[in-house]
Design a protein around this ligand. Structure first.
Ligand code: NAD
Length: 258
């Protein structure tokens, strides 16, 4: 069997939080193109349904939508039950939902801080633990968390201390779970994207004026596209990454190199 065949996800079942749009939609499409059945687990059910229909039509795979707020334990637990019931198992997940609030540290309210930490860190914790528990009891699996290059550097000029702190914590959570579960067949890795063109970046009034500046600072002279994160996620979800756990993959066009 050739390497591309070995990388396929035929027969595997997985879900993507924040999969209704942006990076999550793209990785969900890639998982389905690689042969997996996928659930779009998103707080925005209408958008998740549209995405599930679109991806199902494009790929011919089973793609379902499940309303999930990743900050609510009951939501996450019942989403996993529904994935297992409707798709027939759970072999991988992409814990990807995230938000960003930009504010100078001294002006950031506790509510703003908590909101970011709650989605970006607590949401990943709840998702990973619920998925991990199932995988530990059912032959193992692969968990992919979305961190950010903001876990590694402090972005300028936009101040975003809560976001940066939440994403750094995601990487350390990833490594902790990877070590705890290594001998029991559950692998946990993270991706750290640089600036990627999605709703989060392209349609945020606070960020639009900064895009030109980011592009000037970027060694490649541009933002990334969600599609440029697909192949690493398919690799991590599948069996050819069996020796890869506890790793963080920075995909930022060398933005953090200097
Ligand atoms: P996006 O805003 O386009 O999409 C985020 C999705 O998450 C949306 O569908 C939204 O409905 C969903 N969501 C938000 N809160 C949720 C919750 N509580 N429960 C479930 N779903 C929820 O964002 P994106 O750019 O695609 O970002 C996806 C991930 O990648 C985030 O974790 C983000 O921090 C990270 N990231 C993005 C960039 C970038 O430049 N776009 C860079 C590095 C990391």
């Amino acid at each position: 069997m050739g390497i591309l065949e070995k990388m396929r996800l035929d027969g595997k079942k997985g879900f993507v939080t924040g999969g209704a749009r942006g990076i999550g939609k793209c990785t969900a499409r890639a998982f389905a193109e690689a042969g997996a059945d996928v659930a779009i687990a998103d707080i925005d059910l209408d958008e998740a349904k549209k995405t599930a229909k679109e991806l199902s039509e494009q790929t011919g795979r089973k793609v379902i939508a499940i309303k999930t707020d990743c900050t609510i334990k009951e939501d996450v637990d019942s989403m996993i039950e529904e994935v297992v019931e409707k798709l027939g198992g759970l072999h991988f997940c992409h814990s990807n939902a995230g938000i960003c609030i930009n504010a100078p540290a001294e002006e950031m309210t506790y509510e703003q801080w908590y909101k970011v930490i709650n989605v970006n860190l607590n949401g990943v914790f709840l998702t990973d633990i619920a998925a991990g528990k199932y995988m530990l009891e059912h032959g193992g699996g692969s968990i992919i968390n979305t961190a950010s290059m903001s876990a590694h550097i402090v972005n300028v000029p936009q101040p975003q201390c809560a976001y940066n702190a939440s994403k750094a914590a995601v990487i350390q959570l990833t490594k902790s779970l990877a070590v705890e579960w290594a001998k029991r067949g559950v692998r946990v890795n993270s991706i750290s994207p640089g600036y990627i063109g999605t709703e989060l970046t392209l349609n945020s009034p606070a960020l639009i004026p900064l895009i030109g500046q980011w592009n000037q600072m970027a060694p490649l002279g541009r933002m990334g596209k969600p599609e440029e994160l697909e192949s690493i996620c398919v690799y991590l979800a599948g069996d050819t990454s069996s020796f890869t756990t506890g790793s963080d993959f920075i995909i930022d066009g060398a933005f953090t190199c200097f």
